[in-house]
Design a protein around this ligand. Structure first.
Ligand code: GTP
Ligand code: MG
Length: 209
């Protein structure tokens, strides 16, 4: 029996507490929205499969980190060897937008060697009347970080799939262009933070199927 995917990429979600990292992933993986705030403790793990082009199966493996400062030492230990980082801020909370350069700097200092793909997301776009960051400002930040920018809503689902599918296509393209080299192995059991991308051939050596 063949393995279930051709590539897998590790994707880190970073941003201040409450910006909606967990809600975004819940919408993406289960197509549901939870109103009640539930702070992530340390790091949560989930995955989703995508088909960036017909017949190519990609598994995105997400590390959903806690934004609360008290978990920073734990979450930092997961930065290493990620293939991509999604930086999130809440469109209604300007402070979370102002934190983005700090999150970016922090991950760049700790993930070595690059290349790392970044994606910038402004969340809670459904709360139109409460907006505290303009699209132009956010696009300016994204340009400075050399990252695509999208505005998403986990509540309505707007742009959630589009954003993560865009990231998946870019990772697949980069892997095919030889811009990633698999580093280390991956046991498939979280939380071991090893290896940014792994091809099916490499995975087959570990796979029991
Ligand atoms: P930490 O785990 O503490 O880092 O927070 P988080 O970034 O994972 O935030 P979480 O996903 O728990 O969301 C925080 C709150 O924002 C919750 O009450 C969510 O229901 C709410 N929320 C998240 N996404 C949206 C959205 O798109 N629209 C609206 N209106 N609320 C949202
Ligand atoms: Mg969370």
């Amino acid at each position: 029996m063949a393995c279930a995917w051709d590539f897998q990429f590790r994707v880190l979600l970073l941003g201040d507490s409450g910006v909606g990292k967990s809600a975004l992933l819940l919408r993406y993986t289960e197509d549901v929205f939870a109103d009640a705030p539930t702070h992530t403790v340390g790091v949560d793990f989930c995955s989703q499969e995508e088909e960036p082009e017909p017949g190519v199966r990609v598994r995105l493996q997400f590390w959903d980190t806690a934004g609360q400062e008290r978990y920073r030492a734990v979450t930092r230990s997961y930065y290493r060897n990620a293939a991509a980082v999604v930086l999130l801020f809440d469109l209604t909370a300007r402070r979370s937008f102002e934190s983005i350069p700090e999150w970016h700097r922090e991950v760049r200092e700790r993930v070595c060697p690059l290349p790392l793909r970044f994606l910038l997301l402004g969340t809670k776009s459904d709360l139109r009347g409460q907006r505290g960051v303009t699209r132009e400002e956010a696009q300016g930040m994204a340009d400075a970080l050399e990252a695509p920018y999208l505005e998403t809503s986990a509540r309505t689902g707007s742009n959630v799939r589009a954003a993560l599918s865009l990231l998946c296509r870019e990772l697949h393209r980069a892997a095919c262009a030889g811009e990633y080299t698999p580093r280390g192995g991956w046991s498939g059991v979280p939380p071991a933070p090893l290896g940014g991308v792994e091809t099916q051939e490499k995975q087959r050596r570990r796979c029991t199927c």
